[in-house]
Design a protein around this ligand. Structure first.
Ligand code: PGA
Length: 253
């Protein structure tokens, strides 16, 4: 399972029911590329509908609340997204950290509830350009992860980490293969330390930030990279499937 590249589309705040045809196209095609594990995280409003349409691909949510339930108008809990058909949830995305001032402690709390609700987790981390230019990228990312990684038993089995440099998201810029490999190695080191090497080996580390069909093969061939978290290019089945094809053609696949 963990050795298949994991290609996850994050639709962000995009998509009405008109997008269901894209989900159907992705699902149909995914059957032909079984060397890759394919998933999409539509907005909350489409989770149930995509879940009903798609049989082959994984369906997830883009966030959930840090409390189990209660007086939080407009928010959605982990149990609710699971009930709608989500099997995983993306947590700690840099857009949530920036737009909603989410802290590592809050993200850790969300992870706890999501695991209790039976969900798998994609935990995001990544540095800003200013942090990278100061030479602090690795220390920053490891600090984010140390403060948010779940420590509860069996958590690692349901965990994926996504390294997404903030300056590469939606900008058309990507980190160099050398920088991606170095950061992924550092993250692996922390996972080894936290869970032990055997359990850590089951945790895939994805890269995210302007992954497109044109650069997917180069990025996915980096041995440390276990897949991709894809924003913009996941909004059309054609470009998303271009990445899925690249993933199923990489040597490791
Ligand atoms: P992008 O987004 O592919 O549009 O850069 C990636 C992400 O935010 O997950």
């Amino acid at each position: 399972m963990a050795d298949r590249p994991y290609i996850v589309g994050n639709w962000k705040m995009n998509g009405t029911r008109a997008m269901l045809s894209e989900a159907r196209a992705i699902d149909r095609a995914a059957q032909r590329y079984m060397k890759a594990e394919v998933a999409v995280a539509p907005p909350y409003t489409l989770i149930h509908a995509v879940h009903r349409e798609a049989e082959q691909i994984g369906i997830g949510a883009q966030d959930c609340h840090a409390d189990v339930d209660g007086a939080h108008t407009g928010d959605i809990s982990a149990a609710m997204v699971a009930d709608a058909g989500a099997k995983f949830v993306i947590l700690g995305h840099s857009e949530r950290r920036a737009d909603h001032k989410e802290s590592n402690a809050q993200i850790n709390a969300k992870i706890g509830h999501a695991l209790e609700a039976g969900l798998r987790i994609i935990l995001c981390c990544g540095e800003t350009l200013a942090t990278r230019e100061k030479g602090d990228a690795e220390a920053f990312v490891l600090k984010q992860l140390k403060a948010s990684l779940p420590k509860i038993e069996d958590a690692a089995e349901r965990l994926t980490v996504a390294y997404e440099p903030v300056w590469a998201i939606g900008t058309g810029k990507t980190a160099t293969p050398k920088d991606i490999a170095a950061m992924h190695k550092a993250i692996r080191g922390l996972l080894d330390e936290t869970y032990g090497p055997e359990v850590s080996a089951e945790v895939r580390i994805l890269y995210g930030g302007s992954v497109k069909p044109e650069n997917a093969k180069e990025i996915l061939s980096i041995p440390e990279v276990g897949g991709a978290l894809v924003g913009g290019a996941s909004l059309s089945s054609e470009s998303f499937l271009g990445i899925v094809v690249a993933a199923s053609e990489t040597e490791e696949a």
